[in-house]
Design a binder for this molecule. Structure first.
Ligand code: T4K
Length: 381
């Protein structure tokens, strides 16, 4: 065990782990269930284009989330783009800067300007007051992000959207298995977009989906993900290729069966980190609202300036131990291209985002990493 700084790999001791521990190590649910379905796909010779696995997957996800429609897609980013188009967003759309860059890119790729609003430092989610400040005559919508699976302030954002005639949708990439006021994320706003990327609590290897209770919107998105085809040779809508393939749906079906076990393990790991970190001055573990369901997939630390060493120094020390902690989502989208420089007012408009960007560490959700991480932080502190 690491008891003081001489025990750290950065200073020459052997690393705590021979193999790297990653943030976002994929959960492999029911392995046999996946292999059985993969064999069926090969037997069927039906690999993609709204096959039986995808149809089954969509139905099960819709039921699981309590929403009318689930439209499965090839990944979360294309799902965002299709939802943005189907909703008719244009001009400017308000988003947090504190999110994975795909939220902003999905807009920019459609010729829409993402306008970054600040976050509530307590939840890391959009601050409704900050959203209000960013509304201009060109604003057509708001994309709330349920960061770390904590629901964005859904009701407050809906009030703002209604007052200003704006469309509201959610990037729910982190929020499969989360609730807002007791209701599963998936049916808020006009639609919600999930990512089922390998690194998510629930994965289909690559994949995503849009969920909605709006029949017309669902129909438009189904057309748009398949080039606008309605039957053979009949194109009735502009579209792209956003289809989920059968093997991804098979992974999703198998992982859905194993999802409760993932949630249990995640909850245990989060509680384990909480116990192992105890009270270390200057280090805060982001807690989840005990009144809501959350996948507890993300282990998020904030390092205060009062801590003995910097956030970046902690990351170097952890990496030397083979604990590959990340700085998600430093420096915020506004600090990435092509947005850097486009918002010269960023520092004054995004004070909480800028501060949080320098404090954040995301740790591997891995039982093995828990004790060592606590020891490292105590040795440094
Ligand atoms: N909105 C939000 C809020 C999102 O977080 C995301 C995606 C999206 C939208 C877009 O959804 P998708 O289009 O991706 O479906 C990763 C993921 O690629 C991305 O899906 C995810 N968010 C984002 C938070 O993280 P990177 O570039 O940081 O990934 P990378 O390659 O560094 O991998 C992350 C870690 O996972 C590494 O430490 C290694 C480990 N890993 C990764 C893969 C793929 C594995 O152990 N096994 C694997 O198979 O973006």
């Amino acid at each position: 065990r690491i008891r003081n700084q001489q025990d750290l790999a950065l200073y020459g001791a052997p690393p705590a782990f021979a193999e790297p521990l990653h943030v976002g190590r994929p959960n492999i649910g029911d392995r046999e269930g996946f292999l059985r379905r993969a064999a069926t796909i090969l037997d069927n010779q039906w690999l993609t284009n709204n096959g039986p696995m995808v149809q089954d997957f969509e139905q099960r996800i819709a039921t699981h989330l309590g929403v009318k429609h689930c439209i499965a897609m090839c990944n979360g980013t294309i799902a965002l783009e299709i939802a943005i188009r189907a909703l008719g967003l244009e001009g400017e759309v308000i988003v947090p800067s504190w999110t994975f860059v795909a939220t902003a890119h999905a807009l920019y790729w459609q010729g829409i300007t993402p306008v970054f609003a600040d976050i509530d430092p307590a939840t890391h989610n959009l601050d409704p007051a900050a959203v209000r400040r960013m509304i201009t005559p060109r604003t057509s919508g708001i994309i709330g992000v349920h960061l770390w699976g904590r629901a964005a302030p859904v009701d407050e954002l809906q009030v703002i959207a209604d007052e200003h005639g704006l469309k509201l949708m959610f990037d729910a990439a982190h929020a499969f298995g989360s609730t807002y006021r007791g209701q599963s994320v998936g049916s808020f706003g006009a639609c919600e977009v999930f990512s089922f990327h390998a690194t998510k609590a629930f994965n289909t290897m690559e994949g995503g989906a849009v969920t909605t209770n709006d029949d017309e919107l669902a129909e438009a998105m189904r057309l748009m993900r398949n080039f606008g085809f309605k039957g053979y040779d009949n194109v009735i809508h502009p579209g792209t290729n956003g289809k989920m393939i059968e093997v991804c749906a098979a992974m999703g079906l198998a992982n859905l069966e194993g999802f409760d076990a993932v949630l249990d393990a995640n909850r245990r790991n989060h509680a384990g980190y909480k116990a192992a970190l105890g009270v270390i001055g200057g280090i805060t573990l982001l807690d989840y609202d005990p009144g809501e369901r959350n996948s507890h997939h993300y282990i998020v630390l904030e390092v205060d300036a009062s801590f003995a060493v910097s956030r970046d120094a902690i990351i170097d020390v952890l990496h030397a131990e083979n604990i590959l902690a990340r700085k998600y989502f430093w420096p915020g989208c506004h600090g990435m291209q092509p947005y850097r420089g486009l918002f010269p007012q960023a520092a004054s408009a995004l004070p909480h985002t800028c501060v949080l960007g320098e404090k954040i560490i995301v740790l591997p959700n891995a039982a093995e990493a828990i004790i060592t991480t606590g020891d490292v932080l105590r040795a440094l502190g």
